[in-house]
Ligand binder design. Structure first.
Ligand SMILES: Nc1ncnc2c1ncn2[C@@H]1O[C@H](COP(=O)(O)OP(=O)(O)O)[C@@H](O)[C@H]1O
Ligand SMILES: [Mg+2]
Length: 360
């Protein structure tokens, strides 16, 4: 069922879109579609792609010609997130008519926009800022798809979308705080008529920002530490977060406000705009430190990581990541596989997760 169906009449009755959709904004009038031109959208995530298998497969089967293999990306578009069908959400975000534009007053270092998309999807739009490396929409979309590839569901569905900047600019002129308008002009739009590229993320209902307390992170580093049932859930989800951040090379998880906790206690990993991109020594040092939090193992982690293999990754994120990004994801995947395999060998019983959960 589309989101906000129940909330919309109440919001309209209160006459306060922005308060309902974001923290204390103005109440803009209903909005026309922002982009009168056809919208460039991602190449659709095909259910099935046919790729040439590599020499290894050819060699194994004794065939010298490339072998055609089928690689499915269904996991990225199927299922549901927060009770909403993912395929419908992705399609609405990629090309649905925008009904309302609300400059966001959420904290953070960047300009963000809440959009209402027909019929009643609530979406967070994060434009690329030419002055900040950590605002890459490809990072948001790549992290979403990799999390699905792992069989997880901790990242809001995301697509890239380009708008005519002038429409966003005029909404900001009418409704944004002056400093956000100024930031939009300085960091996003060099000319107000520029195109604006960004990531669309499905809004997560009923979630609050969550900062893992140092005591919990400390327990994560000690596999024999006793965990309460609530902590077991958190440690399970945080372990997937460290795995995802390792794979995507995201260095921006603990700057505040980048993890949400839902009412059911499960975590959502937002703000993946710093993911991928060129590696650096300091990023690699941070990765090593984070690996020390992964002190518990489960076959679920190893199985998931083994799914991240070259053909699947190329077929499923090849449109948003460069070949170098993909190669680096694969080598970090190897690091994780060896990490868990060594852990399993050195500490088979005590370091095994006492409780394993389904994907949220
Ligand atoms: N998909 C989402 N659903 C619900 N809240 C979100 C979502 N994305 C971001 N937020 C809220 O907006 C805040 C800022 O978003 P974030 O992506 O971290 O922006 P920035 O890149 O500026 O740090 C977050 O701390 C969170 O409270
Ligand atoms: Mg953030």
């Amino acid at each position: 069922m589309p989101m906000l169906l129940r909330a919309v009449p109440l919001v309209l009755a209160l006459g306060c879109w922005a308060t309902a959709c974001d923290a204390g904004g103005p109440s803009p009038e209903p909005f026309r579609n922002v982009n009168p031109r056809p919208l460039p959208t991602d190449p659709p995530l095909t259910g099935v792609k046919t790729l040439s298998a590599g020499p290894a497969e050819a060699g194994l089967s004794g065939v010298t010609e490339p072998v055609l293999a089928t690689v499915s990306c269904d996991f990225a578009t199927s299922g549901s997130f927060g009770g909403h069908p993912i395929a419908e959400a992705l399609s609405a975000m990629a090309s649905g008519k925008v009904l309302n534009i609300i400059p966001s007053r959420k904290s953070g270092r960047t300009v963000k926009i809440t959009l209402m998309i027909e019929p009643d999807w609530r979406v967070f739009y994060k434009p690329w800022h030419h002055v900040h490396l950590f605002t890459r929409p490809q990072g948001e979309v790549g992290a979403y798809r990799l999390n699905r590839l792992l069989g997880m569901n901790h990242v809001p569905p995301a697509v890239m979308r380009t708008f005519n900047g002038s429409v966003i600019h005029s909404a900001f002129k009418r409704h944004a705080l002056p400093e956000r308008l100024e930031q939009l002009e300085r960091e996003v739009l060099r000319e107000s008529t520029d195109e604006m590229t960004g990531a669309m993320l499905l809004w997560v209902d009923d979630a609050v920002n969550y900062d893992p307390p140092p005591s919990l992170l400390d327990k994560m580093s000690r596999p024999r530490a006793r965990l309460s049932p609530k902590e077991q859930v958190l440690v399970w989800d945080l372990s997937w977060m460290f795995v995802l951040d390792h794979l995507t090379n995201n260095y921006d998880r603990f700057t505040g406000g980048n993890i949400l906790r839902k009412k059911d206690g499960r975590l959502v990993f937002i703000d993946n705009g710093a993911a991928f991109g060129p590696d650096r020594e300091w990023k690699s040092a941070q990765r090593k430190r984070r690996l020390r939090r992964l002190t518990r193992h489960s076959p679920a982690f190893t199985r998931a990581l083994l799914r991240v293999e070259p053909r699947v990754i190329a077929a499923c994120v090849g449109d948003v990541l460069s070949q170098r990004d993909i190669d680096e994801v694969l080598s970090r995947r190897d690091e994780l596989v060896s990490h868990f395999s060594e852990l399993e060998k050195s500490c088979p019983m005590d370091c095994r997760f006492a409780r394993e959960l389904e994907a949220p």
